[in-house]
Design a protein around this ligand. Structure first.
Ligand code: SF4
Length: 363
């Protein structure tokens, strides 16, 4: 199996694919969007932009969950963390994201009990160890992480943890792709579709790209050969004018996806409208807990005072997430905004386009 896996990093195979893509694309202008933040990081790490044709534009999309979380939701998470007696738990990436006037890490420094966890189940253990206190888990993520959140809520119910709740800012991917397709200022000829998300959802949710917009998509993995194979398949479909949704990641994603995980999510969550950074309010693109699990819904359990939303001044994260500009085109990139002193979330998250672009000097 190790030998099989090494094939996805095989330099000879990668060189061959690069040569094929260069010959195929030649001097055409083709705009592809990688939807997933992990793809963005891989593309930067392996320096693909420097070896692919100049006219092949790889644009980063809205696939970093922290980056697409609206300031309003960051502010709501901070307001929850400020409630007396509350222990807030969340993933590390959320800590440094600036809200309108502060961040979770600044609130922690000011004395709030905010803890970084690696799994939502860790938050359940904190709740069990602190029965006299409320524990709120701040959840952001896409279809990949939602099943773990659903399992966490079911386990909280089973363990009778009445002091645990979830602030759910989870989102679903297809609505964001539709918003990008509807944007007259963005040209996308094809989408590199997220392998991890597709492992859960399967391919069907992307079919509308072909049926309604004649835009092809390829589900890809995260190794160099995965990504190059996906780009080659996409470029072929763009050039031939024969759009389809194809799977270049059969070792991870299958046509139907993970139906057990899908059922688990559907039992606990229902779709709701959600506000995305850069994309605005998108219908049925978010998830909220069903009424049966309302007791675990932090938004329904706590009255919070949320400060008026102020967007980070000069930050172009919204345009970056829509593929309208590359990170380096933001006037603050590398000047006022760096990973040490981030102004917007795209520079905070390890999967953010600006952070990846800065780290790999891939502008
Ligand atoms: Fe926002 Fe910084 Fe990226 Fe500019 S470089 S879009 S300020 S995160």
């Amino acid at each position: 199996r190790t030998a099989d896996f090494a094939a996805f990093r095989d330099p000879d195979l990668a060189r061959e694919l690069i040569a094929r893509i260069n010959a195929l694309v030649a001097d055409r202008a083709i705009y592809l969007m990688e939807v997933c933040g992990t793809h963005t990081v891989s593309i930067g790490r392996y320096g693909f932009r420097s070896v692919l044709p100049e006219g092949l534009h790889l644009l980063s999309g809205p696939g970093c969950p922290v980056c697409v979380t609206a300031n309003r939701d960051i502010d709501r998470a901070i307001a929850l963390a400020r409630l007396d007696g509350v222990i807030t738990a969340t993933f590390g990436d959320m800590m440094r994201v600036p809200g309108s006037s502060t961040s979770l890490i600044a609130e922690k420094a000011a004395g709030r009990d905010i803890r970084v966890v690696y799994s939502p189940l860790d938050a359940l253990d904190i709740a069990a160890q602190n029965p006299a206190r409320e524990v709120v888990f701040i959840s952001v993520g896409f279809e990949t992480t939602t099943p773990a959140m659903a399992a966490c809520v079911l386990e909280a119910a089973e363990r009778g943890l009445s002091n645990f709740s979830l602030f759910c800012a989870n989102k679903t991917t297809p609505a964001a792709l539709r918003a990008i397709e509807d944007d007259p200022q963005t040209r996308i000829d094809g989408f590199l579709l997220p392998g991890h998300v597709s492992t859960i959802t399967g391919a069907a949710p992307y079919r509308f790209l072909v049926d309604e917009f004649s835009t092809p998509g390829v589900i890809t993995g995260f190794e160099p050969v995965d990504i190059l194979a996906g780009i080659e398949m996409l470029a072929r479909m763009v050039i031939s004018g024969a759009p389809d949704i194809k799977n270049a990641y059969p070792r991870g994603a299958h046509r139907e996806g993970n139906t057990v995980a899908q059922r688990l999510c559907a039992e606990v969550f229902e779709p709701c409208d959600a506000l995305w950074r850069g994309l605005g309010e998108l219908p049925a693109s978010g998830l909220r807990l069903r009424d049966a699990y309302a007791a675990f819904d932090a938004s329904r359990r706590f009255d919070i005072e949320v400060e008026p939303t102020v967007e980070p001044r000069g930050c172009r994260c919204g345009d970056v997430l829509r593929g309208r500009i590359a990170p380096g085109e933001c006037p603050l990139f590398g000047r006022g905004c760096t990973p040490e002193h981030p102004i917007g979330p795209c520079m905070v998250s390890s999967e953010g386009s600006c952070a990846a672009s800065f780290r790999f000097k891939d502008r």
